[in-house]
Design a protein around this ligand. Structure first.
Ligand code: NAP
Length: 279
């Protein structure tokens, strides 16, 4: 029996998950077809029912369903509780278990591809949506001393800060003078907004005035395109940059392990992802 897996989201035209997940199943000789399931919000409950059938392994979950799936889960990993969102569902004999692999994928990319250990340092995080929540949980867990948090809509940043380790999180008003004062001293700046993303606002940047510390690392979670306006301008300002593609592959590799119980062929996945982006 060929089993099914996939990613559920609302707009998947620019998603490359299907390409690198299918490459992973094929590399291990597993009879699985990985689908891109574009759903309207009202179709979510019916689709989750479909995922409980025998032939379904589970799914990835992307915008805007990472929070919406929570009430349908029979079991949630502790990281899902901490982040408040799930990006991976596993069909465990008709019961759906939820995981968050964005946290692990983010840290693996930061430490490996970014060659950066966040422990003991400060960081400026842009955004307060699902990705920002995962990044904040990851960084606080990894031992940052201060997380500066800025979001276009201030109340959303305040809400996220209140849900996190309050003694180590400070909210900044978006593009305020204090925001820029902090920005110029930060060793690590993370974009967890879709500004600069293909299909949303590719010409946008969350830092129109990239006043960065020399040698800072700017990690843009946007995976498509591989080089964003933020990254180009950050390099001109003397910073190092890391794009979202490695994280995308690593979070997918961790999902793959949850579905199959087998180590993911990460090199195969990365190569397939890079080829898809080049195409
Ligand atoms: P989300 O839940 O919709 O949150 C979006 C956040 O970005 C909100 O805080 C929003 O601010 C802010 N925002 C939206 N447009 C903006 C703009 N033009 N300028 C400044 N801020 C803006 O989305 P998400 O799930 O957190 O995803 C955010 C980004 O991370 C996306 O690009 C996604 O592809 C990427 N991501 C990458 C990976 C990876 O593996 N590389 C994994 C997860 C997510 P307001 O509250 O003011 O609206």
């Amino acid at each position: 029996m060929t089993r099914v897996c996939g990613v559920i989201g609302q707009s998947l035209r620019h998603s490359i998950s299907a390409v690198f997940q299918q490459a992973a199943f094929d590399a291990l000789g597993l009879a699985v077809h990985y689908h891109a399931w574009e759903l309207a919000p009202e179709a979510l409950p019916g689709h989750l029912e479909r995922l409980r059938r025998d032939d379904a392994l589970g799914s990835n979950v992307t915008i805007p369903f990472k929070v919406a799936v929570l009430p349908y889960l029979a079991w949630r990993d502790p990281l899902v509780e901490q982040v408040g969102a799930a990006n991976t569902l596993v069909n465990d004999q008709g019961r759906l278990a939820g995981y968050n692999t964005d946290v692990g994928g983010f840290l693996r990319a930061l430490r490996g591809d970014g060659a950066y250990d966040p422990a003991g340092g400060e960081v400026l995080l842009l955004g307060a949506g699902g990705a920002a929540r995962a990044v904040a949980v990851a960084l606080l867990g990894a031992g940052v001393t201060r997380l500066w948090l800025a979001n276009r809509r201030l109340p959303r940043a305040a809400e996220l800060a209140a849900a996190l380790a309050k003694d180590r999180v400070t909210v900044l008003a978006w593009h305020s003078s204090q925001f820029y004062a902090v920005l110029t001293t930060m060793p690590l700046v993370i974009n967890a907004t879709p500004a600069g993303m293909l299909g949303r606002d590719i010409d946008a940047t969350p830092l129109p005035d990239a006043r960065l510390a020399a040698g800072a690392l700017v990690f843009d979670l946007v995976a498509n395109p591989v080089d964003t306006r933020l990254m180009r301008e950050a390099r001109l300002a003397g910073a190092r940059t890391l794009g979202g593609l490695p994280m995308l592959v690593y979070q997918g590799a961790e999902s793959f392990q949850h579905w199959t119980g087998r180590p993911a062929p990460v090199a195969v996945m990365r190569q397939a992802a890079e080829r898809a982006m080049a195409g």
